[in-house]
Design a protein around this ligand. Structure first.
Ligand SMILES: NC(=O)c1ccc[n+]([C@@H]2O[C@H](COP(=O)([O-])OP(=O)(O)OC[C@H]3O[C@@H](n4cnc5c(N)ncnc54)[C@H](O)[C@@H]3O)[C@@H](O)[C@H]2O)c1
Length: 301
C-alpha cells in the first residue's frame, strides 16, 4: 500500500506516520512545516518520503497523490484562539485544502481518512455525545471542520471512499509548544515547580484520548470496509480540568495550589465522547488511560 499523511510533521500526524511504518507500510509525508517540524519524524526519517508542500497547491499535490491508495488528511490550522483572529485563513487551509484532497480522491480513486474534531459539536445538549448530535461549533476553527465534513459528505455521494474521525482532546509527546493542549502545559509547569493556570473555575469537562490510540483508529479505518461518515474517537471518560490539575499536582508533589484565569473565548464547557460506534464499526477501543500515562510520564522525569 502507498499511504500519504498530510500534516505528517505535526503532533498527531508524526505519531501516525511512526505507527504506519511499524506496520511495514510505505509512507509519504506532506507538510508545509508551518506548525510542524521534521524533527518530529527523526526516528523514522530514513523509512519515509517527505515533501515540503502546501495542501493549497493543487498541482504539487496531484503529482504525489496520483499513485497512492489512501490519504490520512491531517494538515490543518489547529488553534481555536488564532482562528478567532484569522477566520479567513482557517477557512482557506482547512476547507479549500480539504477540497483539494477530495477532488484528487475522486480523480485518482484513493480512500481518504479525514481528521475531524469534536469541536464541530460546540456545547452539546447532552453528554456523552453521539455522532448524530447537533453540530453547532463555537469558533471559526470548529466551523472550518464542519464545512470540511460537509465536503466529505458531498464527495462521498459522488463515489469517493471517505471516513471522518472526530477526535476529542488528543494528548501525548510532541505537542506543538505554542498550541499545546492543557495536559502538556500543566506538566511543563509542574516539572518547573510553577503553579498550574486554570482558565475559569476548572469545572469544564474534557475527554482526553492518547495519540497512539488515535493512530490505531486511523489504521483500522483505512482497513475497514465500512464507509460510515463520521466516528467519534475519544476515551469515553469525562475529566474536569480541576481534576486533571489535581492529578498532576499530586503526582509531581507540588506543594502549592493552582492559579485561576479567565475562561477562553470560544471554549467548550462539556465534552465527552460516546465511542460505541468506533467499537462496533472499527473494533477500536482506547488502550491507554490518562491516569496511568500521567503516572508513567511524570515519574520518569
Ligand atoms: N490535537 C487535537 O487534540 C486534535 C483534536 C481534534 C482534531 N484534530 C485535528 O487533527 C489534525 C492534526 O492536529 P495536530 O494537533 O497534530 O496539529 P499540528 O498543528 O501539530 O499538525 C498540523 C500539521 O499540518 C501542517 N499544515 C498546516 N497548514 C498546512 C498547509 N497549508 N499545507 C500543508 N501542511 C500544513 C502543519 O505544519 C502541521 O505539521 C488537524 O487536522 C486537527 O484539526 C486535532
Amino acid at each position: 500500500m502507498n499511504l500519504v499523511v498530510t500534516g505528517g510533521a505535526g503532533f498527531i500526524g508524526s505519531h501516525l506516520v511512526e505507527f504506519l511504518v511499524k506496520q511495514n507500510q510505505a509512507v509519504t509525508v506532506l507538510d508545509n512545516l508551518k506548525n510542524g517540524n521534521v524533527d518530529n519524524l527523526k526516528n523514522i526519517r530514513k523509512d519515509i518520503e517527505f515533501h515540503n508542500i502546501d495542501i493549497l497547491n493543487y498541482t504539487s499535490l496531484q503529482k504525489i497523490l496520483s499513485k497512492c491508495d489512501c490519504v490520512f488528511h491531517h494538515a490543518a490550522l489547529t488553534s481555536v484562539s488564532d482562528s478567532l483572529d484569522r477566520p479567513k485563513e482557517y477557512h482557506e487551509v482547512n476547507v479549500s485544502g480539504t477540497e483539494n484532497i477530495l477532488k484528487l480522491a475522486k480523480e485518482c480513486g484513493f480512500k481518504v481518512i479525514f481528521a475531524s474534531s469534536a469541536s464541530v459539536y460546540g456545547n452539546p445538549e447532552k453528554i456523552p455525545i453521539k455522532e448524530d448530535a447537533t453540530r453547532k461549533p463555537l469558533n471559526p476553527y470548529g466551523l472550518s471542520k464542519l464545512n470540511a465534513e460537509d465536503l466529505c459528505k458531498k464527495y462521498s455521494e459522488l463515489g469517493v471512499s471517505v471516513m471522518g474521525l472526530r477526535y476529542f482532546n488528543v494528548y501525548g509527546p510532541r505537542q506543538n509548544k505554542n498550541y499545546a493542549g492543557v495536559i502538556t502545559k500543566f506538566i511543563d509547569n509542574a516539572l518547573d515547580a510553577k503553579p498550574l493556570l486554570i482558565n475559569g473555575d476548572g469545572s469544564q469537562v474534557r475527554d482526553f484520548v492518547f495519540v497512539n490510540d488515535v493512530a490505531n483508529a486511523n489504521f483500522l479505518a483505512m482497513k475497514s470496509k465500512t464507509n460510515h461518515g463520521f466516528i467519534n474517537i475519544g476515551s469515553g471518560v469525562a475529566t474536569s480540568i480541576k481534576e486533571l490539575a489535581e492529578m498532576i499536582m499530586e503526582l509531581s508533589d507540588l506543594q502549592f495550589g493552582p492559579t485561576y484565569g479567565n475562561l477562553m473565548e470560544g471554549d467548550i464547557r462539556f465534552s465527552q465522547a460516546n465511542i460505541d460506534l468506533a467499537k462496533e464499526l472499527l473494533d477500536w477501543k482506547p488502550k491507554t488511560m490518562l491516569k496511568e500515562w500521567l503516572k508513567e510520564n511524570i515519574k520518569n522525569h
